[in-house]
Structure formats: C-alpha cells, structure tokens
Design a protein around this ligand. Structure first.
Ligand code: 5GP
Length: 142
C-alpha cells in the first residue's frame, strides 16, 4: 500500500522539491517548523530505521550533510540545524515511510533547544513562499 510520501515520490501529490536523485528525494515539510524545514526520504519504501538495508542507509546519509549545508547557505541567520527522525508510533512517527527532518535553527526562533515536531506554521505560508524557499535551497545545491 502506498503512503503519502510514496505518492509525493511518484508525483501523484505535489511537493516543493529541493533535491532528487535515483535513490532519494528532498522536499519542504509542509509544516515549516522553521523556515527551510526539509524532509529527506529514501525512494525505496522503508518504513523506518529498523528496516534499512546498508545500501539505502548509505544513499540517504551521503546526501544529508550536503543538503544541510545547502539549506544553511540560503540564509546567514541560520546558525544551527536539528536533524531528526521519528521511528515508530511511540516515537511520534506519523508517516510510515522513513524520513529525516532537517530543521534550520535561528538565534531568534524562540523555540526550545530541543524541538517539538508538532509545531505547524503552514497557515503562515502560501505557494509563492514555499516556492521561494525551495528555489533558494535548489540553487545552493548546484
Ligand atoms: P513525523 O511526525 O512522521 O516525523 O513527520 C511527518 C511530517 O510529514 C510532518 O512534519 C508533516 O508536516 C509532514 N507532512 C505530512 N503530510 C505532508 C504532505 O502531504 N506534504 C509535505 N510536504 N509534508 C507532509
């Protein structure tokens, strides 16, 4: 059965993509806990960390630092980044397709040092703003 991220990977559901190769896709998280909040997912359906084979783990983790640097470079106010993955319902996983949150941190973001991933700022965003953020990250990856 395909989940929402399978549908995004297949292009059946739109997303603001920032990076794609044969093995992974990165796109903006709709909730934008902070501006630039991005999800990195393996294209292969992997439910969570417990299901990774070595090759999938390698493909995902090789992209993670490159993507983190690109996101950081889009805004000098980004001074840190939380990278996290919820694995299993008890850990707060809501989409059962493994994903890595990259959440830029700003000195003035007024969030706790450790983030609550249920924050949802999507009401503050429109298509143009998502496209603008995604375009900046894509540019930084080139
Ligand atoms: P989890 O709670 O499983 O760690 O994170 C799931 C994330 O997926 C949430 O941060 C949520 O905002 C994001 N999300 C859920 N549905 C969609 C969607 O249709 N598009 C995008 N871009 N993000 C989504």
């Amino acid at each position: 059965m395909s989940d929402i991220f399978d549908k995004i990977i297949e292009g059946e559901i739109p997303s603001y993509k920032v990076y794609e190769d044969e093995n992974v896709l990165a796109f903006l998280d709709i909730s934008q806990v902070t501006p630039g909040h991005t999800l990195l997912v393996p294209k292969k359906h992997v439910t969570n960390i417990f299901d990774y084979d070595d090759e999938t783990a390698e493909k995902v983790l090789l992209v993670l630092p490159k993507l983190a640097r690109a996101i950081r470079s889009t805004n000098p106010k980004i001074t840190g980044m939380n990278i996290s993955s919820n694995n299993g319902v008890s850990a707060g996983q809501t989409v059962m397709h493994s994903h890595w949150h990259l959440i830029p941190r700003y000195d003035d973001d007024n969030l706790n040092e450790t983030l609550v991933l249920t924050i949802d700022h999507s009401d503050d965003y429109n298509q143009a703003r998502y496209e603008e953020i995604a375009a900046e990250i894509k540019k930084a990856l080139n």
